[in-house]
Design a protein around this ligand. Structure first.
Ligand code: SF4
Length: 331
């Protein structure tokens, strides 16, 4: 990667605190995200993949500042944005947008598609009615809807069309960066392909940069340039797409690949995942994957492995990969 990345995240963390359930019972702390770091180059799509509850959605929401980080740094286009508030944060939102998984629950059912798409312009006070209607026609066209769709309500659309409305709405303010949070997960496979192709085209046409969050490695393989694999709040491997799918180095990535029939072909030497993800409020000491790893060693139960290079642009966090991956007791 050359030049300043558009997004640079360092040691990002989020702690959720539950309410104390009694006088003698302190609030429960859950580190949903714990020390996550990555860069996203301009025009790149970084995939963030992992099982449900691994912290990928929390990470995405922090990056677009829908959630406040508990620790760490987020730089966007060279400027620190993790502590922004008030007008500076509202101005930033024009550049950073998010598309959610379920357009039916994220779109107000009482607003027409046209009203939903121009709403961000209204909220940010951009343009007058005439210029907003012009922008609406442009947005409807670039996401592949038809002009008469503007007068319809969300329940009158198919799932794929509703997601096109969600994308048009996210593009209304001409952002430079989109977080796509399970943006095709609720759709049928054939519709998924249409929306993924649309996202690819839009990225090229509008010079967009994406953080693409998904639990689905097939989708990740289709659309992402690089992939970060998360487990229990941490990134355990990050690599170019080709390297990750051809030669995964972390046992968790290997297990994820072996678990997916279409992707797992040729990966049969790896064992699929077994067991459940431990609770993020009480993660195992040492390597967080140690309760499910087929290669677990004594050191894994006490020393937390560090993300370190295993190839060009390829990092993984596992004691099997050598002493560079050691941090210290409990990490
Ligand atoms: Fe498995 Fe140990 Fe590597 Fe963790 S550090 S993935 S438990 S071998």
């Amino acid at each position: 990667m050359t030049g300043e990345p558009l997004v640079r995240v360092r040691d990002l963390g989020k702690v959720f605190r539950s309410r104390a359930s009694g006088f003698l019972v302190p609030p429960l702390e859950t580190k949903a995200v714990d020390g996550v770091s990555f860069d996203i180059a301009r025009g790149e799509t970084l995939g963030l993949v992992g099982e449900s509850g691994c912290g990928k959605t929390t990470t995405g929401r922090m990056v677009v500042r829908l959630l406040d980080p508990s620790m760490g740094s987020i730089r966007f286009d060279g400027a620190e944005i993790s502590g922004l508030a008030g007008k500076a944060l509202r101005d930033l939102r024009r550049d950073l947008q998010i598309v959610f998984q379920d357009p039916m629950s994220s779109l107000n059912p009482r607003m027409t598609a046209g009203e939903l798409i121009v709403e961000p312009l209204v909220v940010h006070g951009v343009g007058d009615n005439a210029s907003r209607q012009k922008r609406l026609r442009e947005l409807i066209d670039i996401v592949g809807l038809l002009p008469h769709h503007a007068a319809r309500f969300p329940h009158e659309f198919s799932g794929g069309q509703r997601q096109r409305i969600g994308i048009a709405r996210a593009l209304a303010l001409s952002p430079r960066f989109l977080v796509l949070d399970e943006a095709v997960s609720a759709l049928d496979v054939s519709i998924q392909a249409q929306i993924l192709n649309l996202l690819q085209d839009l990225r090229a046409e509008l010079s967009l940069t994406y953080l693409f969050i998904s639990h689905d490695l097939g989708v990740i393989r289709f659309i992402c340039d690089r992939v970060a694999v998360m487990y229990l709040g941490e990134i355990v491997e990050i690599a170019d797409r080709a390297a990750l799918f051809a030669a995964p180095r972390h046992p968790y990535t290997q297990a994820l690949l072996a678990s997916i029939p279409e992707v797992g072909v040729g990966k049969r030497r790896f064992q699929p995942l077994t067991g459940d993800v431990p609770s993020a409020s009480n993660p195992p000491p040492g390597c967080r994957f140690n309760t499910r790893c087929p290669h677990v060693m004594d050191v894994c139960r006490s020393v937390r492995p560090k993300l370190a290079a295993v190839g060009a642009g390829h990092e993984a966090a596992c004691h099997l990969l050598g002493p560079a991956h050691q941090t210290g007791p409990a990490g």
